[in-house]
Write a protein that binds this ligand. Sequence first.
Ligand code: ZN
Length: 145
Amino acid sequence: MTLEMWEKMKSNIQLEHTEYIPKELCSGILYVSQRFQVAAHLCACGCKSKVVTPLGDCEWEFTEKNGKPTLSPSIGNWQIPCRSHYWITNGEIIWSYSWTEEQVEKGRLKEKEIRESYFNSKIQKKSVFKRIFEWVTNRIKQFRT
Ligand SMILES: [Zn+2]
């Protein structure tokens, strides 16, 4: 997974309280049945797999704050082909994945690029400022002499 893909996959999940988990789930909604102590949603990666998470002391803990759901621990969909792994925290999908060496290297290069271009733009700004400063000081010198 690239950084860009990861950015795109950042998304929200809405909470819907329901007595029964509907047969057809909509993506981006976490269905919670307090009565049956179960929650369900479609896998956040978009693969349309139904992910059912039983709630309870030894299962997932569901909390709600300002209508935004949190499930803990994380959702690890090892049993479906996408094998996605994420947290549902405060109504947000927070992805977890381990970077491969190559991705780490790419990330590092990108960071270096950003840092260098920032540094270069600073130097340019500095030189413009310096030029103006020199011009002004020269004028003052001229004025004095
Ligand atoms: Zn998936």
